[in-house]
Design a protein around this ligand. Structure first.
Ligand SMILES: [Ca+2]
Length: 412
């Protein structure tokens, strides 16, 4: 997970097309591992902290850091309740994109490109990552710094390590948060973020911070929390650069598929040079020439909606947050910030998204019909998509692999 970023954007992750984010903790449904035993208490947390201290010491955290960091920390029942909440997404990708890439965000993003032009040009030159993409992630993650999170992270992470559903994960994040405090980048009081630990302008988890954060402005601290976004933006560019971003490369673009397109060619596992796609009749939706390079075709909302040709840098953004819908939103927002136009093929009356219960039912029915989805967890991943396509081919439907109410109806 990326960072496991539990940011505003992650909260709207579409489970229908999403996996866990890269440094980001997503709130998508997941198998419950160890059920929480009874209610948590402050006394329980204090006992847990006493038990945790030797483990933190072995990880290199000094007694002085531990004393400072845990001063005044109390059990936080709110984060436990947020952690236990089963998320239910019923948004289509079209609704998600309309919310993520709206006129206000485009306008604000362009204003930020102008306001921080010198800084962003410097960051782009150093890391090779397009400034529009960095600004798009900033907009997606915290609405350009407006929603960075105010939860005290030593308290929330220790509460979640003690009493959350993913104790081991949060204990590792807590140790990383303590390393950040010990390094002097931030005081424990200013170490704030989302309830699940995503921090600052671009919502880095502590583990991602240790891996990718940089002190770009040279004041001796990697500061992603304060009003000045400079270090956070540079850290984000560094994250993408270290995740395989290719200077001058592309995330992808909306394309139009030819009549009679062979839908077995859909999906990330099938990669071809642009020239091969063009020879098959694939065209950009806005008339641009498709840049050279390898790419795959995605139909994130089914055959009735926009198709995308995704290229190398899609996968770098995917390391930040693995949901296709997120990556497309970042790429498209960046394109809008550059002055390119809106998506063309947005269905006017899209089928509603399946509820979690319906997704589970779909998986159960497909599996019973002989198209094994490898479990029925309500998450539409590669196995389910494959099963859907196989069923669609057999049933004489367009094999776009898309989980829709019509598809479920046909299985009932
Ligand atoms: Ca700094």
């Amino acid at each position: 997970m990326r960072n496991i970023l539990l940011s505003a954007s992650a909260l709207v992750l579409l489970t229908a097309c999403a996996g866990p984010g890269a440094g980001n903790v997503t709130s998508s449904p997941r198998p419950v591992s160890a059920p929480i035993q009874g209610p948590g208490t402050d006394a329980g947390l204090q006992a847990w902290i006493a038990d945790f201290r030797p483990r933190a010491t072995r990880a290199g955290i000094s007694p002085a850091t531990l004393n400072t960091a845990f001063a005044g920390v109390h059990y936080n029942s709110e984060v436990v309740s947020l952690d236990g909440r089963q998320s239910e997404f019923t948004k289509t990708i079209w609704d998600y994109l309309a919310g993520a890439v709206n006129a206000n965000r485009i306008e604000q993003g362009r204003a930020m490109l102008a306001r921080y032009a010198t800084t962003l040009d410097g960051i782009e030159a150093r890391y090779g990552v397009d400034k529009e993409v960095v600004v798009a992630i900033w907009g997606m993650e915290s609405n350009f710094g407006g929603n960075r999170g105010r939860t005290h992270l030593i308290e929330s992470l220790s509460t979640l390590a003690y009493h959350g559903r993913r104790g081991e994960f949060f204990e590792a994040q807590l140790i990383d948060a303590l390393k950040i405090v010990q390094a002097g980048d931030v005081t424990p009081d200013n170490l704030v973020g989302s309830w699940a630990g995503a921090m600052g302008h671009t919502q880095f988890m502590p583990s991602s911070f240790l891996e990718y954060a940089v002190d770009y402005n040279g004041d001796g601290r990697r500061d992603i929390w304060s009003d000045d976004p400079t270090d956070a933006l540079a850290s984000t560019a560094n994250y993408l650069a270290r995740s395989g971003w290719q200077r001058g490369g592309q995330w992808g673009m909306e394309v139009v598929l030819p009549q009679g397109f062979d839908y077995t060619q859909i999906g990330k596992s099938i990669t071809k040079p642009s020239g091969t796609w063009a020879a098959q009749g694939v065209r950009s939706a806005d008339g641009r020439t498709i840049p050279a390079g390898e790419g795959s075709i995605l139909l994130p909302g089914g055959a009735k909606g926009a198709a995308f040709l995704i290229q190398n840098n899609f996968h770098a953004i995917e390391r930040y947050n693995a949901a296709d819908s997120y990556v497309i939103a970042v790429g498209h927002l960046a394109d809008r910030l550059r002055g390119l136009g809106p998506l063309r093929n947005i269905p006017t009356n899209p089928e509603p998204a399946l509820s979690r219960a319906e997704r589970v039912e779909l998986q159960e029915r497909l599996t019973r019909a002989g198209y094994d989805t490898q479990g029925a967890d309500g998450r539409i991943g590669p196995n389910t998509t494959k099963a859907i396509s196989a069923y669609q081919r057999q049933a004489g439907l367009i094999p776009d692999g898309f989980a829709s109410p019509a598809l479920l109806a046909s299985l009932r």
